[in-house]
Design a protein around this ligand. Structure first.
Ligand code: ADP
Length: 641
């Protein structure tokens, strides 16, 4: 056999990550075992799955297992599985490099934090599974043979910048990982990982639900037989027995009151590759035409890549106890992509393909039921534990809003989950229900204003008349809000209206009449102002929207808000240019004075300057950029002399 040993350098980022793990002061170092057992269990799942189509991959009477072989004298701990194994190339790409998209971000955020202790949430969010063994070992030898192949691959690392990889041998398929343990130092979380009792405790704590036996050979004194007179010698005799350390019960198959909090938490970490606790779990067992069980989790914090194209969503899918898919996307709508978990559907065919899944009736029924269940549970949480719900909303509120836009079926059910900032209370978010309960008697609609931040909308001239009338206005400051609102035209019989767009009927009948009268007298003046602004506004009009500002810009119903338009242009998205109407406050001194100057005869240039100044003010008030800032500054200077 050729043993063409090669020494290969780690890529810069993998190397950095290695150093982080090696020098980590992370105290719960024992979790390395959870990570390795988790990988072994995945490898066994993959073998079982591959064997559905190629049963030559597993010998007769095969049963998957994970063996832990400690050696106190040599100070090694070896983890052996008989799972799918890896090819030479897979070893290099899976173990030799860390191709995960998050690695770069992880290293960046660690550098930024300059923390000595590597926070668990951070490692967890980026998932550095295999490498966690370097927290406890100075060197690692991994020997693996892929099911269906003859040769094995040996990968070795013992510090430094490179690893060795060569062909080797292994009796059958699977992976063996030998760790040369660092010196025990319990203060630093480095316990004696060769001790039977420590291993037992760790496996029980983190991996009890793993569905393959985690076996530890244990030494016990031989039982002495009664008619043996060699009693003393027998006491010294030891026998080695295999013991299974985990209970192997699939957690989702237990009844909910049997599920312990700690168990749920560890199970979540196992399936979600997260190192921190979930926020909540949702368990469900459905019987009837389609039988299935699910155990879903909402993470404690939003994954860093939740909004990226490469984010992997979906539930693990089991059929008849075999994991047939790691991430089945079709069982949840896209906006619920933050939900992690397992779905066990007894009657699905084992060799179902992604394409047929999409059109599978059972899957679409499940999807609809799971979506409703999640919404119901969230509503329950909102009604019973407002603080916890708020935490959920902070992490996932924006994604839930995507649902209002895209999930026609559940739109109405999602509405009560929404929370917004509003003029009512600076500190607290409000629900639509609460808003409605505070509506004034003469108030017909629910009002909102979009903008890029609370500060901007709060000081917007558009708010003036509403504040004066005591009407509450919701603030839509999340970029998604503008899209969400297409699915939120009405709540509980009340229309939602943007106060930055379209006609908002405000004021009493007399006030409206008075305005109409005034408009007649203003027609020529308004047209004169509109002329030099042709490029920027559709028209200049009078309104009763304003009380203390002289003017503001108002879009048409269906227009994008100015900050969204800006954002889209910055992202180089082609969008039609949309002109707005400049509304003037007919009672404002500036406007009245201008009007009398106009009546007395103003030069075209003066009118143009006044128009530009008004437009500039309106844009600045809503935090929009000016078309010609230098020109505006000159005009202001001219006013001051
Ligand atoms: P993760 O498990 O989160 O993908 P790891 O660093 O733990 O990250 O493992 C990287 C990859 O190496 C795994 O996705 C898997 O393909 C492979 N791998 C790790 N351990 C084993 C094993 N015991 N058997 C087969 N493949 C493994």
């Amino acid at each position: 056999m050729t043993t063409n040993k090669k020494s290969m350098k780690f890529e810069a980022e993998t190397k950095q990550l290695l150093e982080i793990m090696i020098n980590s002061l992370y105290t719960e170092k024992e979790v390395f075992l959870r990570e390795l057992i988790s990988n072994a269990s995945d490898a066994l799942d993959k073998l079982r799955f591959a064997a559905i189509t190629d049963n030559s991959l597993v010998p007769e009477g095969f049963s998957g297992e994970i063996r832990l072989l400690p050696d106190a004298d040599k100070r090694t701990l070896t983890i052996v599985d008989n799972g799918i194994g890896m090819t030479y190339d897979e070893v290099i790409s899976n173990i030799g490099t860390i191709a995960r998209s998050g690695t770069h971000e992880l290293i960046k955020s660690l550098e930024k934090q300059k923390t000595e202790k590597l926070p668990a949430e951070l490692i967890g969010r980026f998932g550095v599974g295999f490498y966690s063994c370097l927290m406890v070992a100075d060197s690692v030898t991994l020997t693996t043979r892929k099911a269906g192949e003859e040769t094995a691959t040996v990968w070795e690392y013992s510090g430094g910048e490179s690893y060795d990889v060569r062909e080797g041998t292994r009796d059958s398929q699977g992976t063996t990982i030998e760790l040369k343990l660092k010196k025990a130092d319990p203060e630093d979380g480095l316990e004696d990982f060769t001790s039977e009792w420590i291993i037992r405790r760790i496996v029980k704590k983190y991996s009890d639900f793993v569905r393959y036996p985690v076996i530890l050979p244990v030494e016990r004194p031989a039982e002495s037989s009664a008619d043996d007179d060699n009693g003393e010698d027998d006491k010294k005799k030891k026998v080695v027995k295999d013991e299974t350390l985990n209970s192997m019960k699939a957690l989702w198959q237990k009844s909910e009151n049997e599920m312990k909090e700690e168990e749920l938490s560890e199970f979540y970490k196992h399936i979600a590759s997260d190192w921190s606790d979930p926020m909540m779990h949702i368990a469900m067992k459905v019987e009837g035409r389609y039988e299935y069980q699910t155990l879903m989790f909402i993470p404690g914090t939003a994954p860093f890549d939740l909004y990226s194209q490469s984010y992997k969503r979906g539930l693990q899918l089991y059929a008849r106890n075999v994991k047939i898919m790691d991430r089945c996307e079709d069982v949840l709508p896209e906006y619920m992509r933050f939900v992690k978990g397992v779905l066990d559907a007894q009657d699905l065919p084992l060799n179902i393909s992604r394409e047929t899944l999409q059109n599978n009736r059972q899957i679409s029924t499940i999807r609809s039921t799971l979506t409703k269940k999640i919404i119901t549970e969230l509503k329950k949480l909102k009604d019973t534990d407002g603080d916890k719900y708020l935490k959920f909303w902070e992490q996932f509120g924006a994604v839930m809003k995507e649902g209002v836009h895209s999930d026609f079926e559940n739109r109405e059910k999602l509405q009560p989950l929404l929370l917004f900032q509003s003029t009512h209370d600076r500190e607290k978010l409000t629900s639509l229900e609460e808003y409605k309960s505070r509506m004034k008697e003469d108030q017909e609609d629910i009002y909102y204003l979009s903008g890029e931040s609370r500060e901007v909308v709060e000081n917007s001239p558009h708010l003036e008349a509403f504040t004066q009338k005591g009407y509450e206005v919701l603030f839509f400051t999340d970029p998604i809000d503008d899209f969400m609102v297409s699915g939120l035209t009405e709540f509980d019989g009340k229309k939602l209206k943007s106060i930055g767009k379209g006609d908002v009927e405000l004021g009493s009948e007399e006030e409206k009449k008075a305005l109409e009268e005034k408009k007649k007298d203003f027609t020529a003046f308004l047209e004169a102002l509109a002329k030099p602004l042709e490029e920027h506004v559709k028209a200049v009009e009078l309104s009763n929207r304003l009380t203390s500002s002289p003017c503001c810009l108002v879009g048409s119903e269906g227009d994008l808000s100015p900050h969204i338009e800006r954002m889209m242009r910055q992202s180089k998205l082609a969008i039609p240019s949309q002109k707005r109407v400049m509304e003037l406050n007919a009672g404002h001194e500036v406007i009245l004075r201008l009007k009398s100057r106009y009546d007395a005869g103003m030069k075209d240039e003066e009118i143009s300057d006044a128009a530009q100044l008004l437009l500039g003010q309106a844009l600045l008030a809503e935090s929009s950029p000016l078309p010609d800032p230098a020109g505006f500054a000159k005009l202001v200077a001219k006013l001051m002399v």
